[in-house]
Unconditional design. Structure first.
Length: 352
């Protein structure tokens, strides 16, 4: 599940609400915000929070606020509940008893990275409501401070084995947050990766239940990727070399997935063959590095019209026409398309 971060002081209220609406359409269901802003006038901050909370309620999105003991002096629990905040991230400065008490009023997110078996036992001793407890990792603005993947996975598996939902941040590739403007990922390896690629890795390989965008916004292309993915499709940007009747078709990798190539299940159907010129002549039969998009010509007999994306470097073949290439940035996405039954589509970009 995809969530977003809203920083009340970094953008105008109108910009934040517009972003919330846009991301709701992309499948977003939750919002993270922080109340650790001592430089802001408290009355202005309360007005902003109330407006964001009301917008979230209208959009049917949960709003989780990061707090400390000091913040609660200015934002009492009763006020937060009345404002429309639906959950609290309680990182430091709270005792197991306090956290357990809060858990009976609303959703509570604890620091996933620092949660220990001993602290878990203390929470149980105080009758915490585990149905309202989640474990959230931090984002890390400073380069070289993000988490190590292997230790991260180990902690997440332990949390999930205890019935606790895990959450992590991916970087956004739109507006960055001041003062470092270095993106806000949980894993250091994701700092300069695309938002969508980082999302797929967390979802598929890292024992993560919920994923939030740490930065202020996503680029238009990333937003499109998430919208397509909500429909079960992974979009790939490509450079076209030859015309192809099925460039605009949503393809499906065969269930009997091949080792060396993604094979379109629908490219050789009767309908597809009718849409494609019959007796495809050999053309551009060159070497096929990883990410090459090919169509078999008539020399391959009954395999004519077979469309593939190579998963490894393959040599030229007189029966295989090279019709395009997945761009370098999107080649890592092929690891998630190669699973049998995965759907994918092509978006052409200029090769200038």
């Amino acid at each position: 599940m995809l969530g977003i971060s809203i920083f009340l002081a970094d953008r105008t209220l109108e910009e934040n609400i517009a972003y919330m609406k846009e991301m709701k359409e992309a499948g977003c269901k939750e919002i993270f915000t922080t109340l650790h802003m001592p430089e802001d006038d408290i009355d202005i901050l309360k007005e902003k929070l109330l407006a964001i909370a009301q917008a979230a309620k209208t959009l049917e999105m949960d709003l989780i606020a990061d707090i400390s003991g000091k913040v609660l002096e200015q934002f009492p629990i009763s006020y937060l509940l009345e404002s429309g905040v639906t959950g609290l991230r309680m990182d430091f400065g709270f005792s197991p008893r306090e956290i357990a008490d809060f858990s009976h009023k609303m959703k509570i997110a604890l620091n996933a990275s620092t949660l220990t078996p001993e602290f878990m036992d203390a929470l149980k001793d105080h009758s915490i409501c585990f149905e309202n407890i989640e474990a959230w990792h931090n984002y890390y603005p400073r380069p070289e401070t993000g988490l190590d993947k292997e230790q991260f996975i180990e902690k997440n598996k332990w949390l999930q084995s205890n019935g606790i939902t895990t959450m992590s941040f991916i970087p956004g590739d739109g507006l960055k947050r001041k003062p470092l403007f270095q993106s806000l990922p949980t894993l250091e390896k994701h700092r300069h990766q695309s938002s969508f690629l980082a999302y797929l890795e967390l979802e598929n390989n890292c024992a993560v239940d919920k994923i939030f965008v740490g930065d202020l916004t996503l680029s238009a292309w990333s937003l499109h990727q998430f919208q397509m993915y909500a429909e079960g499709i992974i979009p790939l940007r490509v450079i076209k070399e030859l015309p192809y009747a099925l460039w605009d078709t949503v393809h499906r990798n065969r269930l009997d997935a091949a080792r060396d190539a993604i094979r379109s299940e629908n490219a050789r159907t009767d309908e597809a063959r009718f849409a494609t010129e019959k007796n495809i002549a050999p053309a551009n039969t060159v070497n096929r590095p990883k990410g090459t998009i090919t169509v078999d010509n008539h020399l391959y007999g009954r395999y004519e019209c077979e469309m593939q994306i190579t998963l490894t470097d393959l040599p030229a073949h007189e029966s295989v026409n090279v019709i395009g290439y997945v761009i370098e940035e999107d080649i890592p996405l092929l690891e998630y398309v190669r699973k049998g039954g995965s759907q994918f589509s092509f978006t052409a970009i200029s090769n200038d």
